[in-house]
Design a protein around this ligand. Structure first.
Ligand SMILES: [Zn+2]
Length: 210
């Protein structure tokens, strides 16, 4: 992966740490070390960012690491791994940051699924944009929600042939599974910054696959 110019936009250390832990869960310690090596981010090998909220992890560094996943495993392999890592990111974040919503609360369980989706999307938006002042826009279009990210740390500064912020797709899938107690939603990314669009947009159907 070619080095990317620094973005001047920063992701909180703990979220970068959580992303690396999630990648490690999926590709193993050797895999994540190889990834950091390929991304020229050797300073993080065995030395993930600290567990604090300081916004110090440059978007370009995260994007470069994810780009290296494509280089290492090919677009197809990388997609499957990044989706799994995204789901794992949500799980690790819940364990580390805590549950902002009590999904087992009776009142919550009684909500219609569409409301639960709204809560899940907002939760991801708020959690993963901490200290970046970049809350994603969430809007409804017919049978779908559109989750729209203006400043995406996953594809920042890269060019891809098709929208490839799969880790974010996985993250959204993980959140929806959690708020709905296990439903699987077919989240798909339709536009990406790395493909020349203004925003990375994800279509979230209001109805689950199962
Ligand atoms: Zn993106």
């Amino acid at each position: 992966m070619e080095p990317l110019p620094k973005s001047g936009l920063y992701y909180p250390n703990n979220l970068a740490r959580i992303t690396l832990i999630a990648l490690e869960n999926v590709v193993g310690t050797n895999g994540v070390n190889a990834l950091l090596n390929l991304a020229n981010k050797r300073e993080y090998i065995g030395n993930f960012p600290p567990d604090n909220m300081e916004a110090e992890f440059d978007f370009a560094d995260l994007s470069c690491i994810i780009g290296s996943l494509d280089d290492m495993y090919g677009a197809r392999g990388s997609r499957a791994l990044a989706l799994r890592a995204g789901i794992a990111t949500f799980d690790v974040a819940l364990k580390n940051i805590g549950e902002a919503v009590d999904v087992n609360d009776e009142g919550f369980i009684a909500l219609p699924d569409v409301e639960k989706i709204r809560v899940g999307l907002s939760l991801v938006g708020i959690t993963f944009s901490q200290s970046t002042k970049n809350i994603p826009a969430i809007r409804e279009e017919g049978d779908n929600f559109i989750y729209s990210v203006a400043y995406c740390p996953i594809c920042w500064g890269r060019k891809t042939e098709e929208p490839s912020c799969h880790i974010l797709t996985g993250l959204l899938k993980g959140a929806l599974k959690w708020v709905t107690h296990g439903s699987d939603y077919n989240v798909s990314q339709v536009t990406a910054h790395s493909c020349g669009a203004e925003t990375c947009d994800f279509v979230v159907p209001k109805t689950p696959i199962r």
